[in-house]
Design a protein around this ligand. Sequence first.
Ligand code: P6P
Length: 336
Amino acid sequence: MPRHISLTQYLVEQQRQHGHIPAELRLLIEVVARACKRISISVNKGALGDVMGSADSENVQGEIQKKLDIIANEVLIEANEWGGHLAAMASEEMEGIYVVPNRFPQGEYLLLFDPLDGSSNIDVNVSIGTIFSVLKKPGGHEGVSERDFLQPGIQQEAAGYCIYGPQTTLVLTVGDGVAMFTLDREQGSWVLTQEGMRIPEDTKEFAINMSNMRHWAPPVKRYVDECLAGKTGERGKDFNMRWVASMVADVHRILTRGGIFMYPWDQREPEKAGKLRLMYEANPMSFIVEQAGGVATDGKRRIMELAPGKLHERVAVFLGSKNEVERVTGYHHEVA
Ligand code: P6P
């Protein structure tokens, strides 16, 4: 039975008892968690607030921005820029990095985020979320540039997501397992509702956008065909399929009951490794998945060991239950 302690108490324990995190990082995570509470208020307004639908703009990815994409991005920037914990921030919604203005003290951390992932689901009231990743600014030089962000995922100090669904929950790792906090709206506080989350090593549930099947590489097609063959094929068991088209929701389900999430390379944009972004989607989710005993690869390599070449780098993603991810990765190696 979880202890139902507050996020602050959990983080103070991590700081004091486990020596995992310095006070600066604890305070940064608390600011991000408060920003997520603020975003959830806007998300929950729906049609009652001026937050639905698209803005008249595109992001750096060439995607039409939803009003809530912009709101969530602004909330995270405004909440984090004055605290003195950060040197700079990077967002899916901004082309370049956001350097903390000189009027505020500079900190030693870098914050990356997808402020509202899955925003195509906003107008149809399906779960969406905020994904964040914390890196430490490399030392030895003044100022901060995009190059300081280009670190492999194994360098992350913390990672988490907030899912705005039937419950509003914050899932977090600081490298000492995975904890989940549920927003108590009556008190306005994050309450620990699960810790030591583990992903089962086996699963009967896969998540992929099946409409892209004709574009996949052979190993992915082979893996999915075996799942579809069910107990009549060599897997000897039937599979279920889920695809929410909101990474936060699909990953949260996998964290809760197991599964494999796949967004593979496909031939529609062969020059791109995949659709999802390495720095603020794949890396934070991989940190969480690995901390829960799961595996996260790009089909060949551990995602958290990939050396990013640019801020908005894309990557193929296979993550979740260990034995399933290793199976599909093995097929890739067979072809390699
Ligand atoms: P598709 C949302 O836009 C996102 O980045 C992830 O949250 C999600 O897993 C994926 O894209 C959905 O992509 O092509 O199925 O709409």
